[in-house]
Design a protein around this ligand. Structure first.
Ligand code: 13P
Length: 256
């Protein structure tokens, strides 16, 4: 049985006051909630503060980050390493987000290298995949997702996906308020799992596949009611403690 994971991707949002308030709110809202792993990925500068607020609250919130680079130390100006993130307790590292693929020209191969490096450092990659509106219209959704996954599978073997998380995020649903319907998302999740099962049924069966793209309190229960949707990667709605906690609770309830 797969354990659901609900993760908040805060993107470029935060201040010392906001991080403290949001995490104090989450610590309180999530008290006693079981049956779901809840993670947050603040901007890197606030990972230190987030670690302290989570610890002080005595909560089980998992700390993550939104990116990493490909070296652990050395002459790499401006870079950030998995080892440094680990030093502050961050374990779940988002890679391959469509915003980084688009604004930073990150290729499938580059994202796959990050995937390998995160695993090498004992951390959990949260690998985002997903198609654009045009690709969706052209019926290329599964081909795009398969290509993005294959960049990892073909270079590192399908077993590399063991313990990792895949987040299916259709780009047309991100920040648009237009989420995929639960049925649409289920169809793609099942197809993604079937694609991985071609290499290993065992890996496919155990892999947590999150849905991301306009997930809210109001559509969470329906999405999590689907058998192949194992949680969510949440953007905008993760910036509100009550709303994000409600999404996490919906996952715990649906998968109990
Ligand atoms: P929204 O939930 O704001 O649509 O963002 C989704 C996302 O990109 C999470 O990584």
């Amino acid at each position: 049985m797969r354990h659901p994971v609900v993760m908040g991707n805060w993107k470029l949002n935060g201040s010392k006051a906001m991080v403290t308030e949001l995490l104090n709110g989450l610590n309180a809202e999530l008290e006693g909630v079981t049956g779901v792993d809840v993670a947050v990925a603040p901007p890197a500068l606030y990972v230190d503060l987030a670690e302290r607020v989570i610890k002080e609250g005595g909560s089980k919130i998992i700390l993550g980050a939104q990116n990493t680079d490909l070296k652990n130390s050395g002459a790499f100006t401006g870079d950030m390493s998995p080892e440094m993130l680990k030093d502050f307790g961050a374990t779940h590292i988002i890679i391959g987000h469509s915003e980084r693929r688009e604004y930073h020209n990150e290729s499938d191969e580059f994202v796959a290298k990050k995937f390998a490096f995160i695993k090498e450092n004992g951390l959990t990659p949260v690998l985002c995949i997903g198609e654009s509106d045009a690709q969706n219209e052209a019926g290329e959704t599964l081909a795009v997702c398969a290509r993005q996954l294959d960049a990892v599978i073909k270079t590192q073997g399908v077993e590399a996906l063991n313990g990792a998380i895949v987040a299916y995020e259709p780009i047309w649903a991100i920040g648009t308020g237009k989420a995929a319907t639960a049925e649409q998302a289920q169809d793609i999740h099942a197809a993604i799992r079937a694609h991985i099962a071609q290499s290993s049924e065992e890996v496919a069966k155990n892999l947590v596949i999150q849905y991301g793209g306009s997930v809210k309190d109001s559509n969470a229960a329906e999405l999590f009611g689907m058998p192949d949707i194992d949680g969510a990667l949440v953007g905008g709605a993760a910036l509100d403690a009550k709303g994000f906690a409600a999404i996490a609770k919906a996952a715990a309830k649906a998968k109990a």
